[in-house]
Design a binder for this molecule. Sequence first.
Ligand SMILES: Cc1cc2nc3c(=O)[nH]c(=O)nc-3n(C[C@H](O)[C@H](O)[C@H](O)COP(=O)(O)O)c2cc1C
Length: 436
Amino acid sequence: MSARQMRLGAYHTVSGHHAAAWRVSTQVNDTESLAQHQAAARAAQDGLLHFLLATDVLGEQGDPVSPGFQPRLEPAVLLAALAASTEHIGLVGSFSTTFSGPFQLARQLSSLDHVSGGRAGWNVVTSFRAGAGDGFGSSDLPDHVERYAKAHDVVEAALALWDAWEPDAVVRDRRTATYVDPDRVHRTEHTSRFHEVRGVLPASRSPQGRPVLFQGGGSDAGLALAARHADVVLTSQDHLPDARRLYRDVKERVAHEGRDPDGVLVLPGVITVIGSSRSQAQDVHDRLLEQVDDDQARRRLSGILGWDTSALPYDAPVEPAPATTEGNRARARLLHARAVRDGLSIGQLARVTAATRGHLLLVGTAQDVADELLAWHADEAADGFLVGPAVMPSGLRRFVRDVVPLLQRAGVFRTSREGRTLREQLALPPLGTPRP
Ligand SMILES: Cc1cc2nc3c(=O)[nH]c(=O)nc-3n(C[C@H](O)[C@H](O)[C@H](O)COP(=O)(O)O)c2cc1C
């Protein structure tokens, strides 16, 4: 295996990534059915995918009584359940640094790493929807600068808590009645304008030492956070030249932080519609588009752009340029660029967003999909991908059955598992020993 290897994650969902997928799926998708989550996780594991990402976006896109509203399982609970029903696949969850404190997050993620045998990952998110704080007694979403300042603080506090346990601190010496060697556990004293964290996490050093850190914010501040702390940078890119530029930018930022650029992976999300022929795949895609509810699509677009588009006619141009949104800054910029590039109206952009939320969309045969992934990978626009089938469960099964073998034949995707933990499987550099 000498070629640069592709890493693949499942952009996990049981309802499919297309907004209308649940209406056309072959099964009745139930977003709270553990059995359906387990089936998806096992399918990804059988395909040798490295991890699955359980996303969680705080703040609703619409009224809970609207037909598009979907309830969902809390990621720590879901991933713990999946840990017990899978053996190898990495289990990554999105947890917000804006609305959860570092002690609880560090504890949950350490526990997940323990119960999964070293397969935990944390997608560090800052939340971006306007109403994200409603349930937390915070009526306004803190502004972008503040959210990222807090994200640095939460990650640094969590790292301090994890590193406070030396690897051999648990001795379980029955003779001396010593369960934990007190000289090998250190009190954390973290004081900042956001948090005061004092004490010791009631969780020994976990199999990976700490979860693998993921980060998906693509603004300047998001990339700065990623460059400093992330092992895996998730991106949203739908245009190869831009993706190549972003890839280089991330690697340069990582180097600037004194870290090894090859030790940090860049994985764009990709939405797939795979058919036995191009026209069959296109038919599925067209059928999905017909089912899009324009009002719901418009709400979703407004949420990303950070301004209300609901009163605008379908053919209205996409303006103003959303460079200053306090919400999902990079995605807003990307969607705006897409509208300008392809001459899309606001209504058309809402439909594109319903299909992809800004990610690369691949509609075609398995060979078409594999060829595009191989091209992006070879062109150094990606170290791998976060694969989000438009329709579930068929889309994931099809990717595993038909696309994975093509990537393997091209010599860029593994044919067996090497390594036990998620960090080892991703071939990330080992962590240093924690400071005493
Ligand atoms: C692949 C991918 C997955 C993401 N998943 C989540 C998620 O589950 N929850 C969330 O709040 N944000 C999620 N995000 C959004 C980012 O974490 C970030 O908040 C958003 O891109 C805005 O950051 P920015 O202003 O730095 O661009 C995801 C982003 C990407 C690229």
